[in-house]
Design a protein. Structure first.
Length: 334
């Protein structure tokens, strides 16, 4: 039986990962660490309690230098003496949150990751670190492959997030080579689905939020910039496969179907009209265009060659089906 620790388990990816892992009979306990700086504690409790008594929540800040001692002491009180796997998901991933909390964002990247790696060293745990496609910055190559070093501005409003992930990857590399630890690095591209926050500022949730409220969506730039969006279930499948793999090098996680922002909004609008039986020729999305924000990537598409070699083939959810499930989630949550 395995004990699994998830940092940032109260967030979007964390909740979906818990829902998947809870069905694994080989897992004894799922230990969640979260300080809920970008998520809601009461919402997580109402989410987790019906699932199973396997889930244990600890409200800790992983940037606390005393984290390891606190956690080990608390776990020993519950007779948990091993942590077999750690999914290190803690991060302020939304531009809205990391631009408001740049110091905390940088701290999570270095201090928080170092704390988790030191904890993993003590327990001899496997670790999966959730990095990001943002390590590539405003990429000058497409699709972005794992050997591309990136085009990242270290002196700008996005740099706190981009550089926090880059330094965290450097920590992982150093711990792998210094302590021979088993650490996986998942460079996650745009992901969407149930349990996102409606106000997180990302294009899919922004579009749905404005459709629900009948308000005007702001698109920064002319909408020709692209993203490759992966439905959360497919993302979770790849993360679990990566944890079970023998690979200790960065691997892109995502879907390589590339869409412009304008096309993304159009598809979401069409699915919305289908759900609400609105005539297809009726315009319901209200859009205004504003200047592009600093260093916002113009193109995002993962190269998945290494992903396919290391993790095998992924059967992807179509964007229309994923959007449909995401809209239903938010409509039912109202």
């Amino acid at each position: 039986m395995k004990n699994i620790l998830i940092t940032g388990g109260g967030g979007f990816i964390g909740k979906n990962l818990i829902k998947r892992l809870i069905t694994d009979n080989n897992i004894d306990k799922i230990i969640v660490l979260d300080n809920f700086i970008t998520s809601n504690k009461l919402d997580f409790i109402s989410f987790s309690q019906p699932l199973s008594n396997k889930v244990m929540l600890y409200v800790y800040d992983i940037n606390d230098y005393n984290l390891i001692n606190y956690l080990i002491e608390d776990l020993q009180d519950t007779d948990i003496n091993t942590i077999d796997e750690i999914y290190h998901l803690a991060s302020l991933a939304s531009p809205i949150f990391y631009k408001k909390n740049p110091i905390q964002t940088l701290d999570v990247g270095y201090i928080g990751t170092k704390n988790i790696l030191d904890l993993a060293y003590k327990y001899n745990s496997k670790v999966l670190f959730s990095s990001t496609s943002e390590v590539y910055g405003d990429a000058e190559v497409s699709p972005q492959h794992e050997n591309y070093y990136g085009n990242v501005n270290s002196f700008g409003e996005r740099s706190c997030y981009d550089e926090s992930k880059r330094v965290a990857e450097a920590l992982c590399y150093t711990y792998i080579n210094t302590y021979h630890m088993d650490i996986k690095i998942a460079r996650i591209f745009n992901t969407y689905g149930p349990h996102m926050m409606l106000n997180d500022g990302r294009i899919i949730t922004e579009c749905i939020r404005h459709l629900i409220n009948d308000t005007t969506l702001t698109i920064f730039g002319d909408g020709s910039q692209t993203r490759s969006c992966c439905y959360i279930d497919d993302n979770i499948t790849q993360l679990i496969k990566l944890m079970d793999s023998d690979y200790n090098i960065p691997i892109n996680i995502g879907n390589n179907v590339e869409l412009s922002i304008n096309d993304t909004v159009k598809i979401i609008e069409n699915v919305w009209k289908e759900i609400h039986n609105i005539p297809s020729n009726k315009k319901v999305a209200k859009i205004q265009y504003m200047p592009l924000t600093q260093n916002d990537p113009l193109q995002r598409q993962p190269c998945l060659k290494l992903n396919n070699i290391s993790l095998g083939t992924t059967t992807y959810t179509s964007f229309e089906d994923g959007v449909r499930q995401t809209i239903y989630y938010f409509l039912n949550k109202k």
